[in-house]
Write a protein that binds this ligand. Structure first.
Ligand code: SAM
Length: 254
C-alpha cells in the first residue's frame, strides 16, 4: 500500500512524524552505532526506521497495525526484522541484549509501555522516546514540584531520566493537540529496590490522595513508629530515596 493511502488510526495513537529536521535531531540523539541492538516500537510508515536502517547492521521493530506491516515489508530491507503484534506483550528478553529501545510511542498506551519496559530493565541499555511533553515533565519532576507524582518516583527509582527537546504539534500528521518531547532513559547501575511490587504498592498508596498526609494515605500499611520518614508530610515532598526507605521500613514489618 502506498504510504500516502494509509489513514491514521486513532485507536493505535497514530501521529506520523513528517518534519525531517526533527527526525534528524532524534537520530542524532539516539546516535546509533553499527552493532547496536535496537528495537523500535511503533515504526509506523518508517519516519525513524529508514534513517536508522542506514546506520545499523540490524534493526528490530514491533508494530501492531497489519497495514503498516505490509508497508514496512514493501521496503524490502534485509536488515529490518519486523515483528507484528502488541508492544505491551512483546518479550524483549528474546532479542539480543543489551537492548536500546526507541520510538515515537502511541500516546494512549505510553505509560503501560514504560512499565512493561521497566519490568524488563535488566535487558536494556537505554531508551529514547517521543512522548507527550506533559508526561515527560512528570517523569523528570523532582519532589516539591506540582507535577511530581507516582510516575516520577517509579521512573526515577530505576532510571536516569532527561528531557532532551520539545517537539511542536506541526511536526506530525495528523497533528496532536499537545506538545511532545524527546526523553532519554538509562537504567541506574545500582538496583536499590528488592521487590518492585511492594515499592509500587507504597508509592501508589502514598499518592492516592495527594492532599492528605502520608500518615493518612499509609494508614493500613505503616505507622510512624515503624519508619524514620516523617509521615506528617505529603507524598509530593518525599524524595525518591525516601520512598525507598519507606518501602524497606515496610518490608521489615512484613
Ligand atoms: N514511528 C512512526 C512515526 O514517528 O511517524 C509512528 C509513530 S505513531 C505515534 C505510533 C505507532 O505505534 C503507530 O505506527 C501505531 O500503529 C503503533 N502502535 C500503536 N499501538 C501499538 C502497540 N500496542 N504495539 C505496537 N505498535 C503500536
Amino acid at each position: 500500500m502506498p504510504a500516502t493511502k494509509h489513514t491514521a488510526r486513532k485507536r493505535f495513537g497514530q501521529n506520523f512524524l513528517t518534519d525531517a529536521r526533527i527526525v534528524d535531531r532524534i537520530i542524532a540523539t539516539i546516535a546509533p552505532k553499527k552493532n547496536d541492538n535496537l528495537l523500535e516500537i511503533g515504526p509506523g510508515k518508517g519516519a525513524m526506521t529508514l534513517p536508522l536502517l542506514e546506520e545499523l547492521n540490524q534493526l528490530h521493530v514491533i508494530e501492531i497495525d497489519t497495514d503498516l506491516i505490509a508497508l514496512l515489508q514493501s521496503f524490502g530491507k534485509e536488515n529490518l526484522i519486523i515483528h507484528q503484534g502488541d508492544a505491551l506483550k512483546f518479550d524483549v528478553s528474546k532479542l539480543p541484549a543489551p537492548l536500546r529501545v526507541v520510538g515515537n510511542l502511541p500516546y494512549n498506551i505510553s505509560s503501560p509501555i514504560l512499565f512493561h519496559l521497566l519490568n524488563n530493565r535488566e535487558y536494556i541499555q537505554d531508551m529514547i522516546f517521543m512522548l507527550q511533553k506533559e508526561v515527560v515533565e512528570r517523569m523528570v519532576a523532582s519532589n516539591g514540584n506540582k507535577t511530581y507524582g507516582r510516575l516520577s518516583v517509579m521512573i526515577q527509582a530505576f532510571f536516569e531520566v532527561e528531557m532532551i527537546f520539545v517537539v511542536p504539534p506541526e511536526s506530525f500528521e495528523p497533528a496532536p493537540k499537545v506538545d511532545s518531547a524527546i526523553v532519554y532513559l538509562k537504567p541506574l547501575e545500582k538496583n536499590l529496590i528488592d521487590d518492585i511490587t511492594v515499592f509500587e504498592k507504597i508509592v501508589k498508596a502514598s499518592f492516592a490522595q495527594r492532599r492528605k498526609t502520608l500518615r493518612n494515605c499509609l494508614k493500613s500499611l505503616l505507622t510512624q513508629e515503624q519508619t524514620s520518614i516523617d509521615l506528617s508530610q505529603r507524598a509530593e515532598m518525599l524524595s525518591v530515596n525516601e520512598f525507598i526507605t519507606l518501602t524497606s521500613d515496610y518490608e521489615k514489618q512484613h
